[in-house]
Design a protein around this ligand. Sequence first.
Ligand code: ADP
Ligand code: MG
Length: 421
Amino acid sequence: MGLTEIDLHKELKRYFGFSQFKGLQEEVITSIVKGNDTFVVMPTGGGKSLCYQLPALITDGTAIVVSPLIALMKNQVDAIRSISSEHGVAHVLNSSLNKTEVSQVKSDIRNGICKLLYVAPESLTKEDYVDFLKGQTISFLAVDEAHCISEWGHDFRPEYRNLRHILKRIGDNIPVIGLTATATPKVQEDILKNLGITGANTFKASFNRPNLYYEVRPKTKNIEADITRFVKQNDGKSGIIYCLSRKKVEELAQTLQVNGIKAVPYHAGLDAKTRSKHQDMFLMEDIDVVVATIAFGMGIDKPDVRFVIHHDIPKSIESYYQETGRAGRDGGEGHCLAFYSYKDIEKLEKFMSGKPVAEQEIGHALLQEVVAYAETSVSRRKFILHYFGEEFDSETGDGASMDDNVRNPKKQHEAKDDLEL
Ligand code: ADP
Ligand code: MG
């Protein structure tokens, strides 16, 4: 089918039931359908999956989709299967499949039924799979969460580095699509270089979240009381409070409970049943607040989270952006409050001291940006967007006033003041 014959809007409606493309989706999809290497940078929730799912469904052959998390892949496959009546249109290929299942997947690919093949990067290295895929029609390779390829990203996975090499073995001229929500210029450069697509068509959406209010407050020994007060002032609203340690999560959740706030803890030390119960309670609004480590949030899509509090400052601006990004998904208010003390920076530095030197250096550089963010006296939104390589006019830009520094200009907070306490 030639591109000119494809009505993308019609296909969008047919497969996904949507009448409009979101943001840059249509441009991205056009680029992919034409067979171009394509690079997509869009914030979380921007609709990246559809950018490769729709092209996969309407072009010949099977698209290989690499994604780091099996749980997320399963969700996507279920979602795709629910929109297409054809059985076998999407598969996950991983080590949990038995022989019969693997041969079913292979036969669906051979017959051209399987349009999307989700694989974890480590599975893709398996000789058997590579040999099999070599002989098949592959429409393109989509690398989701492509920042995993970069040491400068927040989730480096060395197996991502092999993708280019493996793809070469599978076939020549297979277009590559990289997708990420990490917008720092350094990470982007790494992605393009490592995927071998420096000439890719690049589509970058704005990372500005105009409905989020950014605020940093000094962290004192009254932190728990400060947080309790904030939550009480926001009675009945949904919120997430991030803490660095499991112990602090438990303590703070208790403090809030004692103060009559409907809060539950969430961290990887809780058993799976408790975790999913607490997550459901949050989604169903049986409780208002989740006190959590960063284990909480991946794939959580609660539209009306009204505040995200950081009891401890995160280790990078990307992490902060991702975590605060869970607030105000519906476009309504989202208060992002971080408590900051330079002592926490020292603590994070100490955590890194056991790591390889290269990792420490990167970690240190990322932390220094966090310090700069916490201590800046200029627009925090401008700071964040600048970090992501985006210009922002702090007077006229969208959401310019949603920021403590802009609302209450103050003198710069000095890190050393904290140390002398
Ligand atoms: P990302 O991977 O960029 O974080 P997702 O692919 O998970 O985002 O999509 C986020 C949400 O947006 C999903 O619920 C998806 O169904 C929805 N979505 C994607 N494209 C559209 C569209 N064109 N119209 C309406 N909703 C869309
Ligand atoms: Mg995604």
